[in-house]
Design a protein around this ligand. Sequence first.
Ligand code: SAM
Length: 248
Amino acid sequence: MSARLEVEILTLFPRMCEGYLAESILGKAREAGLVSVTVSDVREHARGKHRVADDAPYGGGAGMVMKPEPLTEAIEAARSRLPGALVVMTSPRGQALDQALARRLSAHGKLVLVCGRYEGVDERVLAAVDMEVSIGDFVLTGGELAALCVVDAAARLVPGVLGNEASAGAESFAGEETFLEYPQYTRPPEFRGMKVPEVLLSGDHRRIERWRRRESLRVTRERRPDLFARARLTETDLRLIDAGDDEL
Ligand code: SAM
C-alpha cells in the first residue's frame, strides 16, 4: 500500500533536509509507511564534468541564477516517479503557506517540492511548475526550509501521523475559523510561583472546554486582531469572552 502522502524534494543540498525528516513524528510516520519523502539531488541532472547548476543572470546584477535545464529535467523525472503530483516551487513570490493551504496540499497526496538557491531560478522553470508557495515575507538563502515547512505541516494532517488524533483538531488554525490555541500546561501545578489555572485541575470537562474557548478567543483578539475581525462569533462566544473564571 502506498503512503497517504508522497513527497519528493528537489534540492542541490539533500543533506540539509535528511536530518529533519528522519527525526521525531516525521521519522516515525515515514517508518510506519504513512508518509513517504524522498530527497533528490538536482545536480544529477546538471551536465558536464562539474555538473554546474547555476549561471550569471542575463542583464547583469549580483549573484547566480539556477539554470533551467537541470531543474526542469529534475521536475520531469520526479513527475514520472510520482504521476499526478502537484509540483510546488518554493518562492518568496508564492502563495502564502497557511493552514488552509497545508490542508489542500496534504489532501492532494502527492507533492514535488522544488528548492531554489542563490538569487533564485530561471523564470522558464515555472513552465514545469503548478504553483509557487512562500512561507512568509522574508528571504531565505534557499528553499529547503520552506519545503520542510510544507512537508511538516502537510504530514501532520495525515490520519495516524499524530499519536492522538485530537491533537490536530484543537490547535491554532484547526477549524474553518482561524483562532489561535489556548494556553497549555503540564505538571507541576506550581512553577516559580506561577500556578496552573484552577479550572484545568477541576476535572470538570465542560468548564475546561469553556475556559479553553474563552482563552482561545482572548489570545486571538489580543495577538491577531486581523483573524479576530474576520471570525464569526456565536452568542456564546460573545458571552464567554469577558466572563471571569467563576462564570464559566
Ligand atoms: N531573489 C529572490 C527574490 O528576491 O525573490 C530570492 C531568492 S532566495 C535568496 C533563494 C531561494 O530561496 C528561492 O528561490 C526560494 O526557493 C527560497 N526562498 C527564499 N525565501 C523564501 C520564502 N519566504 N518562502 C519560500 N521560499 C523561499
